[in-house]
Design a protein around this ligand. Structure first.
Ligand code: TRP
Ligand code: SF4
Length: 438
């Protein structure tokens, strides 16, 4: 099985997906240490991650970190898209620098949109709604791929350490794939890594919150980041921590530098193994690797390296469409759009598939199935922040004390109110738009 970032497939079995692709589970062990953990984190909607530990450490130690995510401006913004921004707004409240890429090159290369069409959609559909959803302009940068020289330059330069076989194996490209499409994963790598360039805040942990369809790009960016490092820090076969200088670099000055850095971290017992271009730390533990690697990364620009830390990622589930299948802009009846009128949105809920039984009688006796209910999913993802209240809905549904008609009405009222509030804030967004755009 392969994840194809450009297909419209839906995923059901997230657990299997995690196992197959080596994505870590996003458990309570991680979110319980975050301030005011967001409902999407508490409720397993963000079900997986790569390297989130790094972000947690930065937050706990009050060190700088950043969020980078991207949007493909290829249709109207719906509740599925809202999830990412809810996350971003939360992380902004924890102190992250925020970067949002408008993937206009990708939309042009893979979906056939013109750059001016994507600009119009990005501003009017997405960015206005982002502002309405509470994104603040401070330390927040929204940019277009096609206008960002740093991103495009990195895409060219970083491509050096990836070859065509790797690209075809990852993405299934073939002789008929257009070259802008082929290039778009490298542009996305440029998006993800450019925030660690000096002028964008320098080397620091970066979290990329995305849907799981983006995992191939995450892996590519992580591989490329590591491939461009000057040092590799690993546990050796004889259980030592080894710092290896990558081939084609100046060995002696880099080993001198490594000695200086590990000493300053308090590791004073080490041995240089010139044959291996390595420094072995005799008393370091595996749990020290992260700290050592970060300190070395920070020194790499002095030696003409980038020092990129491997980016972290979280993966969220996709929202089910109101009629089943995936919520998608191309099927208007499947999605609630943020620019729907409150009446339209309410009406859509009344048609949504539920987990109710065939008759009221049967539902009273056997209860409903909230886990298979799209109305419940709306409560879970968007409408009810209070966990106690959500549990109550869940249990009264299961026990047969809650009927779908009334339940849908409650959901419709909440959706209507939410959409109304977003619309009011969106109408004020024009005035402040410039503060967000680079
Ligand atoms: N490829 C993403 C999508 O299809 C959009 C995107 C572009 C992106 N650059 C990014 C996502 C960087 C995360 C990080 O939606
Ligand atoms: Fe869904 Fe509510 Fe019906 Fe339960 S009662 S199945 S939660 S609509």
């Amino acid at each position: 099985m392969k994840i194809d970032p450009w297909s419209s497939s839906t995923y059901q079995d997230y657990e299997n997906l995690r196992k197959e692709f080596g994505i870590e589970e996003f458990t309570e062990d991680l979110w319980q240490y975050l301030p005011r953990p967001h409902r999407l984190l508490r409720r397993g909607i963000i079900f997986g991650h790569r390297d989130f530990q790094k972000i947690l450490e930065a937050i706990q130690n009050k060190q700088p970190w950043a969020i980078l995510t991207g949007l493909m401006p290829s249709g109207r913004m719906h509740l599925g898209h809202k999830m990412i921004i809810d996350e971003v707004v939360y992380y902004q409240s924890l102190g992250a620098d925020i970067f949002i890429a408008v993937a206009d090159i990708e939309a042009y290369g893979t979906r056939g949109f013109s750059l001016s069409e994507t600009k119009e959609l990005a501003v009017n559909e997405y960015i206005k709604n982002y502002i309405a959803l509470g994104l603040k302009p401070e330390r927040c940068h929204i940019y277009f791929q096609s206008k960002n020289t740093f991103v495009k330059d990195l895409a060219y330069l970083l491509g050096k350490k990836i070859n065509w076989s790797q690209m075809t194996a990852t993405y299934g490209f073939n002789g008929a794939t257009n070259m802008t499409h082929v290039f778009s994963p490298l542009v996305q790598t440029g998006d993800i890594l450019h925030v660690q360039l000096e002028r964008f805040g320098g080397i620091r942990p970066v979290l990329v919150p995305v849907g799981v369809d983006q995992d191939p790009h995450i892996c590519l960016s992580r591989d490329i980041a590591q491939a461009h490092r000057l040092y590799n820090v690993i546990k050796t076969k004889d259980d030592k921590i080894g710092i290896f200088v990558k081939p084609d670099n100046d060995i002696i000055p880099l080993l001198d530098n490594a000695e200086k850095i590990v000493s300053s971290l308090g590791f004073t017992e080490f041995k240089r193994i010139s044959d291996y271009k390595a420094l072995y730390l005799l008393k370091a533990k595996e749990s020290d690797i992260c700290k050592i690697d970060k300190a070395l990364a920070l020194s790499e620009p002095e030696f003409q390296g980038y020092g990129f830390l491997q980016p972290s990622a979280t993966f969220h589930r996709f929202m089910t469409g109101l009629t089943g299948g995936k919520m998608s802009s191309s099927k208007p009846e499947s999605a609630i759009f943020l620019t729907d009128s409150p009446e339209e949105a309410k009406k859509k809920i009344m048609y949504a598939k539920t987990g109710g039984a065939v008759s009221l009688e049967e539902q009273r006796q056997q209860g409903g199935k909230p886990d298979e209910c799209i109305v419940y999913e709306l409560f879970l993802y968007h409408l009810i922040d209070d966990d106690v209240q959500l549990h109550d809905i869940y249990h009264t549904c299961r026990s047969g004390d809650r009927m779908c008609g009334q339940c849908k009405k409650e959901a419709a009222e909440l959706v209507g109110g939410m959409i109304q509030q977003i619309a009011e804030k969106r109408n004020l967004s024009n005035k402040v738009m410039d503060a967000y755009l680079d």
